[in-house]
Write a protein that binds this ligand. Sequence first.
Ligand SMILES: NC(=O)C1=CN([C@@H]2O[C@H](COP(=O)(O)OP(=O)(O)OC[C@H]3O[C@@H](n4cnc5c(N)ncnc54)[C@H](OP(=O)(O)O)[C@@H]3O)[C@@H](O)[C@H]2O)[C@@H](O)CC1
Ligand SMILES: [K+]
Length: 451
Amino acid sequence: MRAAEQAAMAAGTSEWELMRRAGEGAAQWVMRVAAGRSVTVLCGPGNNGGDGYVIAHALRRKGYDVQVVAPVEPKSETALHARAQFSGEVASDNWLRNPVIVDCLFGYGLDREVGGAFAKLLETLSTSNCYKIAIDVPSAVHSDSGEVLGPFVQYDLTLALGAWKRAHFLMPAMGSMGARRLVRIGLELADMPACLSARPHFSAPDPDAHKYRRGLLAIVAGAMPGAPLLAAEGAMRAGAGYVKLLSEHSHPDAPAELVIEQGRFAERIADDRISAFLVGPGLGRDDSARDRLERVLARKVPTVLDADALHLIDQTMLDRADPAKLCVTPHEGELAQLCATFGIGAEQKLERTRALHEATGLTVLAKGPDTVLQSDVMTSFFPLGSSWLSTAGTGDVLAGIAASRLATHGDPARSCDEAVWLHHEAARLASPAFSAGDLARAVKPAMAAFL
Ligand SMILES: NC(=O)C1=CN([C@@H]2O[C@H](COP(=O)(O)OP(=O)(O)OC[C@H]3O[C@@H](n4cnc5c(N)ncnc54)[C@H](OP(=O)(O)O)[C@@H]3O)[C@@H](O)[C@H]2O)[C@@H](O)CC1
Ligand SMILES: [K+]
C-alpha cells in the first residue's frame, strides 16, 4: 500500500490529493448511512486522522451536524492541512452522543497496543448504541496481521481506502468489521503479491466432451467410509466427468452413479485415464493408509491432500512426488501439523501458509473463515463465507470439489480458488443449518452461479 502511494506521489499526485480523494470518497458512504443524522468523527494523530478531518469537512459542507473528537493534535503535515480546513467543533474528549460514529483514530500506521485516551474512546465506542464506521481499518486492528491490539469494537461498516489490506480478510480482525467496502482513490495496483480472489467463470463441457475428457477423479478411501463418500458427493457435482471411489467398504447408501472399486489398489491407481486423485478424508493414519498415500504420490498425478493425509505426509514422501501438482487443504489444526512436520516456526496463519509453500512447493489452501490460498504466483484472500459452514464434513466436501476441479483442468491453484467459491455459493444456497450432505447436494445449483 505504501509502495502504491509512493508511486502515485512520484507520478505527481500529492499526498494531500490522495487524502482528499480518500476522505471525500468515504464521506459519500458516511452520508448514505447517516442520512441526515448527526455524526461524530474520532480523529487520531496520523493520516488516518487526516482522513477524518476531510470527512468531517465534507459532511459539514453538506449541512450535517458534525463534531470531531481528537485526543491529540495531528502530527503529520498533510493531516495538519486537513485539520486547518475543518472549521467546526473539535473536542478532546466526549461521551459520543451522536447516532453515527466514524472511527479515524489509526489506520495502517498502528504499530503497537492502543492505550490511554485512545483506548478509552474505543471502549466507549464499543458500548455505544450507534452506527459504527471504521475508516480504512478498525483503529485497534493491525493492518498486516489482522491482530486486534486494543479494545474490541464491533463495527457496522469498514471502508478500505485505496486497496484492501490483509487484515480485511484475516481473523480476528475481519470478524469485527461488519460490511466491508472499498473506496478507490486512483492508485495503480498492478503486480501486487496478494489480492482478493475474483469471482471465477466456468464453461459448459466442450461439444466433443466425454466422461474421460472431462476428467476422471479417483478418491482414495481408507479406515472410515463416511468422509470419502461426502467428498465424492461434492465432487460428482463440481465438473469432473467421472468420479470413482477406491474403497474396501460396501457403502450401501452410495448413489448409483458413483463407481466403487474394491481390491487390487496398485492396479486401480495405475489407470492412465485418472486425471486427479483425492487422498485424506477418512483415510486413517495406520500403515495401510501410509502405503496408499505413498503409492498415489509416486504416480505424480495432480492430487488434493486433505485430512489424514496431512498428518501422514513427510519430506521423504514429498521427495518422491511432484509438489507442483499437489494441493493441501488444511484447517487450523492440520496447518499446525504440517508446519511441525516441515519445520516451520511462523505463528500467524498467513505467515505459516506462505512459509509452508516456500518450504515444500505445495499449493496451500488454508481454510477457515479467513481462507488463504498460497500458490507460486500469489496469495489470494476470499470474501467471507457462510458461518453455517462450521459443521462436520464441510471440509470433506470442499476437498471433493477441489479435486473435481483439478480433474477437469489439472491446475492446483485454480482448483482451490474455484472450490472456495463453489463451496461458499453452495453454503449460501443450502443455508441455514445445513448438514455436509445438504451442502454437497447444493454444489449442483451452485455451479449455475458461475456459468
Ligand atoms: N499515505 C497516503 O498517501 C495516504 C494515507 N491515507 C490514510 O493514512 C493512513 C495511514 O496514515 P499514517 O501512516 O500516518 O498512520 P496512522 O494509522 O494514521 O497512525 C499513525 C500515527 O499514530 C501513531 N501511533 C501508532 N500506533 C499508536 C498507538 N498504539 N498509540 C498511539 N499512537 C500511535 C504514530 O505516531 P508515533 O507515535 O508512532 O510516532 C502516527 O502518528 C491510512 O490508514 C489511511 O487512512 C489516506 O489518506 C490515503 C493517502
Ligand atoms: K480507523
